[in-house]
Write a protein that binds this ligand. Structure first.
Ligand code: NOJ
Length: 546
């Protein structure tokens, strides 16, 4: 069983917006190759690629049309192999996104299934209409209306937990599970080092697909989250992946640390880590598209719960950003104190126990985007959330709320330079999505040159993460009820690292949990030391037993 991932940091690439190497306004593999030096210099140990597969892009790659190829917009399979070799030659690992809860409706399996062609007839979840043409049950789709769509060709409804163009696979069909095994083998034989598994905790639906009799925000969710045969199916896939030196990271909405241990705990674990969501709702009200003021206590209690509960039993995946959430500085930090709060947030999560993930542009402190109208947001879920909000609060407020919550903010092209298009694509070419106009102030080239930049702070932290105290140290939080500070330490073999994070722009006096007389300050985002903590200040101290 792989252990190598435990002191690693992965860089998460959402390929469409990372770097355009061929000048068509869309990110691609050529662009990634050009940036391998950058990634190595940043100090990451591997890359997780959001889907690279051919896809009609109803959900930008999360609607897969072919599991064994590369989207022509991104390059070819040959180019991918070359990139993989180059990454490996630099000692970097590569994780693919495995999207098997659903496919694209343009996948040949679905096309055959709707025509009832064997062996594909039961590859998807088809049901006849109930009386008077009613849907087979009352579940909602997470992305688009109700969870059922009528198919004229087949004369039945199919289930889609996400967009209409993302029909759910019928994982209860052994032939489908065999396909998943084969897909894993295909990429592992090619040399990839593992998978991030998309909404993998949704693959087993409750027997009989019962109506949801409660009134939750999304009807049906509890009938397929961590479903009845999830463990069994993951164990089956594990039998394949364990034949390779690879890791598996499951995306897990609604996961709690205690539940997680049933899957990622101990030597017979069926996955290596979970990407859970509990710390990503500290500014959400019921659903992630309705925002409320950020609650530090909520954030701390989620982060600490995962640290305490997994200790010695399972392994954490640490992250603050990915392609599904707005930029963290705009949420949990402050755009006014962008660099300060960016550094504080970086230290806050990177010094905890776990394998870390850094999302493209996070290391530069990229911020949310403000677009004039809902038509400018190219994302099926953003549009649906807007429609839902419009019914509740009217168009104007719905647009304002949508801007605070949309994942499109995380998908703007990476800002490499202060030149036109932020250096993402050549001048004169129109990027597929608007570059955030703040690229003139926020870009990699400027930050490379500035020793105090956020980028250089990330580099230092990623180097520091290799210290044994970060991998093995015991975690302890202090003053969990405090509303301004997040304070914790990590202890290992006579060494202690104390991390003090201020989440306010007020200057607030700080009482250390113990004497810092002989402490050495390792990291900070302000010069020197003052009695009160400065806005969004972070201090990281090292203490050693005398
Ligand atoms: C989770 C992915 O991260 C997200 O981007 C995608 O839209 C859904 N799963 C559906 O695949």
């Amino acid at each position: 069983m792989a252990e190598w991932f435990k002191d690693m940091t992965f860089y998460h690439i959402w390929p469409r917006s990372f770097m355009d190497g061929n000048g068509d306004g869309v990110g691609d593999l050529k662009g990634v190759r050009e940036k391998l030096d950058y990634l190595q210099d940043l100090g990451v140990d591997g890359i997780w690629f959001s889907p690279l597969y051919p896809s009609p892009n109803a959900d930008y790659g999360y609607d897969v049309a072919d599991y064994r190829d590369i989207h022509p917009e991104f390059g070819t399979l040959e180019e991918f192999k070359a990139l993989l070799d180059e990454a490996h030659a630099r000692g970097m690992k590569v994780l693919m996104d495995l999207v098997v809860n659903h496919t694209s409706d343009e996948h040949p399996w679905f096309q055959a299934s709707r025509r009832r062609e064997e062996p594909y007839t039961d590859y998807y979840i088809w049901r006849p209409a109930r009386k008077n043409g009613r849907h087979p049950n009352n579940w909602d789709s997470i992305f688009e209306g109700k969870a059922w769509e009528w198919d004229e060709v087949r004369g039945e409804y199919y289930l889609h937990l996400f967009a209409k163009k993302q029909p759910d696979l019928n994982m209860d069909n052994p032939a489908v599970r065999k396909e998943v095994e084969d897909i894993c083998r295909f990429w592992l034989d090619l040399g990839v080092d593992g998978f991030r598994e998309d909404v993998i905790t949704f693959i087993s639906k409750a027997d009989g697909l019962p109506d949801d009799r409660l009134m939750p925000a999304v009807k049906g969710l509890r009938h397929y989250s961590n479903g009845p045969r999830l463990h069994e199916y993951l164990a089956q896939f594990r039998k394949v992946t364990e034949q390779y030196d690879c890791i598996t990271v499951g995306e897990a909405p609604r996961m709690t640390p205690r539940k997680a241990l049933e899957f990622i705990g101990g030597e017979d674990r069926v996955l290596d880590m979970f990407i859970h969501f509990q710390h990503m709702t500290a500014d959400c009200f019921m659903v992630d598209y309705i925002r409320r003021p950020f609650s530090l206590r909520k954030l701390k209690s989620a982060m600490s719960a995962w640290q305490y509960e997994l200790r010695g039993k399972g392994w954490n995946a640490l992250y603050l950003e990915n392609h599904d959430h707005p930029r963290v500085i705009s949420r949990y930090g402050s755009e006014k104190y962008r660099v300060e709060s960016g550094k504080m947030l970086a230290a806050m999560y990177l010094l905890q126990q776990g394998t870390a993930f850094v999302y493209q542009g996070q290391e530069l402190g990229m911020t949310d985007l403000d677009l004039p109208s809902i038509e400018d947001y190219p994302d099926v879920s953003t549009r649906m959330n807007y429609e839902r909000l419009k019914k509740l609060v009217g168009a104007k407020r719905a647009l304002r709320w949508t801007k605070q919550a949309t994942r499109v903010s995380a998908r703007t092209p990476v800002q490499w330079t202060g030149e036109e298009n932020g250096g993402f694509c050549p001048p004169g070419v129109e990027p597929w999505l608007r570059v955030n106009p703040n690229y003139t102030e926020i870009n990699a080239a400027d930050q490379e040159r500035d020793p105090d930049s956020l980028l250089n702070f990330y580099k230092a932290l990623l180097r520091f993460r290799k210290e044994p105290v970060i991998r093995y140290g015991k975690y302890r939080e202090y003053f969990p009820a405090g509303k301004w500070f997040y304070i914790y330490d990590r202890t290992y073999k006579g060494e202690k690292i104390l991390v003090v994070c201020s989440f306010t722009e007020l200057q607030v006096a700080f009482q250390p949990p113990y004497s810092l007389k002989n402490a050495e300050k390792l990291f900070g985002n302000y010069p020197g030391l003052t009695d009160a903590m400065r806005p969004y200040e972070v201090r990281v101290y090292r203490l050693r037993d005398e």
